[in-house]
Design a binder for this molecule. Structure first.
Ligand SMILES: [Zn+2]
Length: 345
């Protein structure tokens, strides 16, 4: 967005506390610009595809890692915080972590080789690939909220952000998150397919590694949103399992929804790939484990997650089914699915 447009939107109070990074150090400017260019590019493409007018992207000055979607006075705004930009940039730019990832990933000999092969693909940058998967997911999730707002019968101003709010629960909001996660996962899969073609990846194991790292990148992003990571603080407080509570479904419920959707689509598109839901879960959790070990070496985050999965597996699956049923009967979502010709029964 240029200065003039930004000033106009601030003046009309469409945007508050917009962040202007132009005067900062050149290396910081470069980081912000990377995110801004990517989000703007994706927004222009999708706004055009869905014929949506007055769409804008904004970076908000806030230390929490967060993203949001808003329709206000006819404008459609997608935003991220400065906290998101810094956290995502740091976590996906840790060359050390990438090395740990390659060395430590799984006991599976074949797969370890495949990760090494992926890492060594000519001109391919694994950390950039993961960062782009994260951006693709965040953008597509927020854009889906914009579409949900616009296809709702009630014409009011809407706002959704991705930090967990303990004060409210609404089934509809959980269902909208469920739907936004599925659509965003689909866009990440499309991005991975595009990269598979671009780098001419014909080996099934390398392709699997691309899918696992893509999925891992979605989960890492989600954990950061969830635990309200601040740039200065890296506490990770586990949230006890719940179903019908709070502003968003529990992270584990969402992870299972995303894995289910990945699995259904991948087995549809690539029936010969021979990948199971358990493979997706194990590998994505393996990636989370490595990343968070770096941040909190004294805690076994993965054991805590696995424990919750063990104790609540039926509830997780039942609640996702309930969300699916609710979603396919929600007017805004039904309108979107019909418009896109998606067969959802
Ligand atoms: Zn959301």
């Amino acid at each position: 967005m240029n200065r003039e447009e930004l000033d106009k939107l601030v003046k009309y109070q469409i945007i508050t506390d917009a962040f202007d990074y132009q005067e900062l150090d050149p290396d910081i400017v470069e980081k912000y610009k990377y995110f801004e260019d990517k989000f703007n590019e994706l927004l222009a493409e999708k706004a055009n595809q869905f014929k949506l007018k007055d769409c804008h992207f904004v970076i908000k000055n806030h230390s929490y890692c967060n993203a949001f979607a808003r329709t206000v006075k006819g404008y459609n705004i997608i935003g991220i915080t400065t906290g998101y930009t810094i956290q995502m940039h740091n976590i996906f730019d840790q060359k050390n972590i990438i090395h740990i990832l390659l060395i430590a990933l799984m006991g599976d000999q074949q797969l370890s080789h495949a990760y090494a092969d992926l890492y060594n693909l000519e001109n391919f940058e694994l950390n950039k690939f993961m960062l782009n998967c994260s951006i693709q997911f965040t953008f597509s999730h927020e854009f889906r909220h914009i579409l949900q707002f616009n296809s709702s019968k009630i014409s009011v101003d809407y706002y959704r952000n991705e930090n967990l709010d303990h004060s409210t629960f609404e089934m509809k909001k959980h269902a909208w998150e469920f739907d936004a996660d599925r659509m965003a996962s689909f866009e990440v899969m499309k991005y991975i397919f595009k990269m598979k073609r671009k780098y001419q990846v014909n080996d099934d194991n390398i392709f699997k590694c691309m899918l696992y790292t893509g999925l891992g990148s979605i989960f890492i992003t989600k954990v950061f949103f969830y635990f309200r990571f601040e740039t200065s603080k890296l506490d990770l407080n586990k949230i006890d399992f719940y179903t019908k509570k709070y502003s968003h479904p529990h992270p584990i419920v969402r992870m299972f929804n995303i894995i289910d959707y990945f699995y259904d689509n991948i087995t549809d598109f690539f029936p010969k790939l021979e990948v199971t839901k358990q493979d997706f879960l194990n590998n994505a959790l393996g990636i989370i484990k490595l990343y968070f070990f770096y941040y909190q070496p004294n805690r076994n985050i993965i054991a805590e997650i696995l424990n919750d999965i063990d104790n609540h597996l039926n509830e997780i699956n039942d609640y996702n089914e309930e969300l699916f049923e609710f979603a396919i009967n929600d007017t805004a979502i039904v309108n979107l699915l019909n418009a896109s010709g998606t067969n959802f029964h």
